[in-house]
Ligand binder design. Structure first.
Ligand SMILES: Cc1ncc(COP(=O)(O)O)c(C=O)c1O
Length: 389
C-alpha cells in the first residue's frame, strides 16, 4: 500500500509553480540529493569505489553530478554507453556488468574504452576469445536472497562451486579473470546476504591462487542492494554498511573492493508531480484520474514491486473512500486503492516521493500519454534552477 500524507493546501504552492512553468506530469530531479546520497555511501564504505548503475536513472544531469564527484559507471547495454558518450567520462571509470552480451555490445564497449566485463558461464567467457588481450573479466556469482523483494541471483550468476572450473577454463583460454562479482538483491532489508557473499568470496579469492599460477584475484564487486525508505523504515546507510565493513576485513589486503549502487543514489533524488485530470464516483468511491500512472512514472509499482509515499494537499478534515488511477484505458493502471482522501478537485496535485530509481527508467508512453517531463534542480553546472523543495 502507498502511504498518503495530507499536507496543508498552502504547501502545494512550490509544486504548483513548477507545473505552471513546465506543465504536468513532472519528474523533479534534484542533483544536490544525488551528490548527498553518493557522499553518504562513500562515507559508509571507505575505500570502496562506486560505479553508479545507470539503469536505475539514466539521466545526463545525474551522471554528470556523479562524474564530477568521482564516481564510476556500471554499464549494461550499448544504449547506456551512448548516453555516457555525451559527456566527458574516462572509460577507465566504467565496468560492463551485464552477464549476457552480444558481440556488438562487446565491440561497442571496447570502442568506448571499457575493458572490464562481467561473465558467469563458459559460453559467455568464450565470447571474449577474440578480444582476450584487451579485456579483464569478473566472475558473477549467484547468492539468492529470500529476504530481498528483488532477487538478482535468479537469472544470473554461477554457483561458488563453479568458480574453480571457470578459473581453470580462463587459464586454458588465455583470458584474464581479475575478480569476483555478486548482487545480493535490491532493496535488501538487512546486510546479511552481503556478508555471507563477501565471506564466501574471500574464501574463493584465497583459493584462486592455486588456479591462476599464483597470481590470485584482486577485485571484489559487492553489487548494489543498499536500501532506501519507501513505506517501511530501513537502517541508515552507516548502520546497514557496518556489518559489510567488518566482513570486508576478511579479504586479502590487496583486494580492491568496488560496488554498483543504483537505488540508493537515485531513489531519494526524484519526486513525481501529477495532476488530477478526471473525477468520477463509482462503487461508493471517488475515483481520481491522474495524468501519470503505472505505464509512466509509477511503472516501478509493477516492475520493481515498490509502493511510494504520496502527498496530496487539502485543508479539509473529512475523508472518503478513494482511488488514485493512472490516465490510460487499461484497468490495471491504478496507483492506489482502498485509501481515504479529503475531497479533491480537478487540477489538484499528487506528489510521489522516493521516485528516482526504476521509475522513469521503465516508463512507457502507452496510449501515447506523454511521459513525465523531467525538471532538473540544483544541476551540476550553472544551467538550471537552484531550488530547495
Ligand atoms: C548488475 C546490477 N548492478 C547493480 C544494480 C543496482 O542495484 P541497486 O539498485 O539495488 O543498487 C543492478 C540492479 O538491477 C544490477 O542488475
Amino acid at each position: 500500500m502507498n502511504t498518503i500524507t495530507i499536507a496543508q493546501a498552502s504547501a502545494a504552492t512550490q509544486w504548483q509553480s513548477l507545473v505552471t512553468d513546465f506543465g504536468s506530469p513532472l519528474m523533479v530531479i534534484d542533483c544536490a540529493k544525488v551528490l548527498q546520497q553518493y557522499q553518504q555511501l562513500c562515507e559508509a564504505l571507505p575505500g570502496v569505489q562506486h560505479y553508479f548503475a545507470i539503469k536505475a536513472l539514466p539521466h545526463l544531469s545525474v551522471l554528470k553530478t556523479l562524474a564530477q564527484a568521482g564516481a564510476g559507471f556500471d554499464l549494461a547495454s550499448s544504449g547506456e554507453i551512448d548516453l555516457l558518450r555525451q559527456m566527458a567520462v574516462s572509460p577507465r571509470h566504467t565496468i560492463y556488468t551485464h552477464p549476457i552480451k552480444r558481440d556488438i555490445d562487446i565491440r561497442s564497449a571496447l570502442r568506448f574504452g571499457c575493458t572490464t566485463f562481467v561473465v558467469d558461464s563458459p559460453q559467455e567467457m568464450e565470447k571474449f576469445l577474440p578480444y582476450r588481450q584487451r579485456v579483464a573479466l569478473l566472475l558473477r556469482l549467484s547468492f539468492p536472497n529470500p529476504s530481498s523483494p528483488i532477487n538478482l541471483s535468479r537469472k544470473f550468476g554461477c554457483s561458488p562451486e563453479q568458480v574453480p572450473l571457470l578459473l581453470k577454463l580462463s587459464q586454458r583460454m588465455g583470458m584474464t579473470v581479475k575478480g569476483l562479482s555478486f548482487h545480493a538483491g535490491s532493496q535488501c532489508p538487512n546486510p546479511d546476504n552481503h556478508v555471507r557473499a563477501i565471506l564466501t568470496c574471500a574464501g574463493l579469492i584465497n583459493d584462486s591462487l592455486q588456479y591462476l599460477n599464483g597470481r590470485g584475484l584482486g577485485v571484489l564487486n559487492i553489487g548494489g542492494g543498499f536500501p532506501v525508505p519507501y513505506i517501511d523504515e530501513v537502517p541508515s546507510i552507516h548502520t546497514f554498511c557496518s556489518k559489510i565493513r567488518t566482513a570486508l576485513t576478511a579479504l586479502p589486503a590487496h583486494v580492491q573492493v568496488i560496488s554498483e549502487p543504483g537505488r540508493y543514489i537515485a531513489a531519494p533524488a526524484a519526486t513525481s508531480v501529477s495532476s488530477i485530470m478526471g473525477i468520477a464516483h463509482r462503487q461508493g468511491r471517488c475515483w481520481y484520474y491522474l495524468d501519470d500512472g503505472l505505464y509512466g512514472s509509477f511503472s516501478g509499482q509493477l516492475y520493481d514491486y515498490r509502493r511510494y509515499p504520496l502527498t496530496v494537499f487539502s485543508d479539509q478534515h473529512e475523508r472518503e473512500h478513494a482511488v488514485l488511477s493512472g490516465p490510460t484505458c487499461d484497468s490495471i493502471d491504478v496507483i492506489a486503492e482502498d485509501i481515504r482522501l479529503p475531497r479533491l478537485s480537478m487540477g489538484d496535485l499528487v506528489i510521489g516521493h522516493q521516485m528516482g530509481a526504476y521509475t522513469i527508467a521503465s516508463a512507457t508512453d502507452f496510449n501515447l500519454f506523454p511521459r513525465a517531463r523531467d525538471v532538473v534542480i540544483n544541476p551540476p553546472d550553472e544551467t538550471g534552477m537552484n531550488l530547495s523543495l
